[in-house]
Design a protein around this ligand. Structure first.
Ligand code: BTN
Length: 250
């Protein structure tokens, strides 16, 4: 008999707000967070008219073609560690794709999930507040179903459906993601990112590839315990990259 996938969380997704259409689940989450929505609140939309990605990019979010959701977190840990949640969430998505569909996806540092050299999912982590009182909105976008991609992302995007050749059940993916997120987040709170480091490096997209970053040419060598990208420059010198965009030199 098929195993039933059920929500088995204590604090995550106990409050889920579901919309047919929103401008962005991120924007709605900020409104809800400002209105005291609790830690673990989830906002999901079938369609986004103004979905956004990192670095001010547009995130195409067609109706029922993907999972467009955001999670409100009120972390107990220091705000300095907040960016690490981007990497943690990437691992959670990677694990979910492996567990449910046996897909070996790769993580392009810090937050893109790649299948066969095309982007299938992205994570957008936004922090608001000050040192003593802040919250996080973790946005997760996963292309689940085949669509006519916009010209700018044609040949660069992929969906789960295209990989597995059948239509995945979005609700089951959402439940699995939420279960996996709570488990991993609780471990992260307890032990930090270091316990995920090896796994992250194992599934990293472009390990040892040649890249360009801030006019510097180097090779991807992994991440450090804070989630910064480790790059070996051509002269053998190692640098840690904390943010920004890397360009692959194939
Ligand atoms: C990226 O790859 O740049 C991040 C993409 C994040 C997309 C998700 S979809 C749900 C949430 N709402 C948004 O407007 N963006 C995030």
């Amino acid at each position: 008999m098929e195993k039933k996938i059920e929500l088995n969380t204590n604090w995550l997704g106990r409050n889920i707000l579901y919309y047919q259409i929103l401008d962005s689940t991120q924007s709605m989450s900020h409104i809800m967070a400002t209105n005291q929505s609790p830690h673990g609140t989830i906002i999901i939309a079938e369609e986004q008219t103004d979905g956004r990605g990192r670095l001010g990019r547009v995130w195409y979010s067609e109706k029922e073609k993907g999972i467009w959701m955001s999670i409100i977190l009120r972390p107990a840990f220091n705000i300095q560690s907040a960016p690490q949640i981007t990497l943690l969430t990437s691992i959670i998505v990677q694990r979910t794709l492996k567990k449910m569909f046996d897909i070996d996806s790769k993580i392009k540092w810090p937050n893109d999930i790649y299948i066969d050299h095309r982007k299938c999912a992205g994570i957008l982590c936004e922090v608001k507040g000050d040192l003593n009182n802040y919250y996080l909105v973790v946005g997760i976008g996963i292309n689940t179903h085949k669509t006519e991609y916009q010209d700018v992302i044609k040949n660069k995007a992929i969906s789960i459906e295209e990989k597995i050749n059948h239509s995945p059940k979005r609700l089951e993916i959402i439940i699995e993601l939420i279960n996996e997120f709570e488990k991993s987040y609780d471990s992260f709170q307890q032990d930090g990112l270091k316990i995920f480091r090896e796994e992250y490096i194992d599934v990293m997209y472009g390990l040892n590839y040649k890249i360009l970053y801030n006019n510097i040419i180097g090779y991807i060598k992994g991440i450090d315990e804070n989630g910064h990208l480790l790059v070996r420059e051509e002269d053998g010198n190692f640098i840690n990259v904390s943010s920004g965009e890397i360009k692959f030199l194939f």
